[in-house]
Design a protein around this ligand. Sequence first.
Ligand code: ATP
Ligand code: MG
Length: 476
Amino acid sequence: MYTFFLAIAIGYQTRLTVEAKAASAYSLRNSILSLKESSSMRLSRFFMPTIKENPSEAQIVSHRLMLRAGMIRQSSAGIYSWLPMGHRVLKKIEQIVREEQDAIGAQEMLMPTIQPADLWRKSGRYDAYGPEMLRITDRHDRDMLFGPTNEEQITEIFSDAAKSYRDLPRMLYHIQWKFRDEVRPRFGVMRGREFLMKDAYSFDADFAGAKRSYNKQFVAYLKTYARMGLTAIPMKANSGPIGGDMSHEFVILAETGESEVACHRDFLENDWLDNIDPEGDLQIIVDSFTDKYAATDDERDPETEATLGDNLVVARGIEVGHIFHFGTKYSKAFNAVVTGPDGTEITAEMGSYGIGVSRLGGGIIEASHDENGIIWPESVAPFKVGLINLKVGDEGCDGACEGLYGQLQNAGIDVLYDDREGRAGVKFAEMDLIGLPWQVVVGPKGVAGGFVEMKNRATGERQEISADAALAQLTA
Ligand code: ATP
Ligand code: MG
């Protein structure tokens, strides 16, 4: 009898502990999950080595600002580390690119950076690529290389796997570091030697299919850059030995652009992108963008330009992406051949589609800054809000800041909270330099009067409003 009760008692006890443990694990899990909702940061702990003076090695504004805002540091010529501030931006750019690729049915994968030389011997590009290719020998004396691009690799993978016409069409992409030993690496991440690229590859059964894939990428690119606040103009580009009109570079205009480009003035209008209806007939959309003149330096046509008169814009441009149809060049070399419904052989029609993900980090700054620093479009900003405490140690200011900091985080908003002691002027200058879209300033005067100052970094507009109203605006 006694043992019976004892057994029940022990059983009850164990159940209680198990339940209590489960409950506390549950609440721990919830609090971990809610922590992840926003990734906010206190400046007193954040690794953000800003620089006051203009670094002498930087010739263009984006390079200067990226160094000064503590986004990047050079490791060697054209090779950079991305510090937390820069890394956050890079990840946001990458995510926009990813979402728009996924939206058109491209599938993400990841190929290595190091490739065997034999792969490139097969396409004939091992010798053709020249000194831009970083060649490496492994311990067994095998020739390797750091990939400057991945056409060979993807075509080999695809040709090995695809057997039937049912394996077409396919669109694959990855976001991976590339290495090109550029003659003149310069302008920071804009022309690096190591740089991050999204490269997609399409495999289709015929030219009509390849054109559909091309058009999908064309429209995805328009949306991708628009989401980053950029006006990237699709410009007719060199299509190499294949010829045809299926090669476009997406170019943003900036004084610091490396090449001279020309386009119709209409492309500078703010609303030209409104034409995109991704559900519509893609060919019509693409035509509406390509029937207006826009050409990269080696495709410019003086005759057409002469007819444009005042509508001609000649400017410097930064290439932020390139889409390209190259037919069967690689599928022939790698035997990417499938069997058609009637038993005949089909050689895949291919295209490749690159976006300069790390170059965009600089490109967006070239397009969006003022004399005080960077102006991040909200979609790629490292944090949405910079919260400035003007009097750290003051009970009222600390309380108001901690309250707002917590509430913004709970609402899933990324906040950088300047909780360091220091002069107001220094804090303002630094906040302007790093360019977060919104600044919320809390000082003793505001605390006494029941308001905070909210500043829009892009317009410079300031409002004195209650903390609740600021919260409502920022979370709207
Ligand atoms: P560029 O004419 O600027 O040298 P590319 O034509 O050699 O570029 P692609 O092979 O088309 O470049 O690469 C796709 C994208 O990768 C480019 O549109 C560009 O945005 C980016 N990119 C190319 N080279 C670099 C580099 N050295 N540094 C940073 N980004 C680069
Ligand atoms: Mg190119």
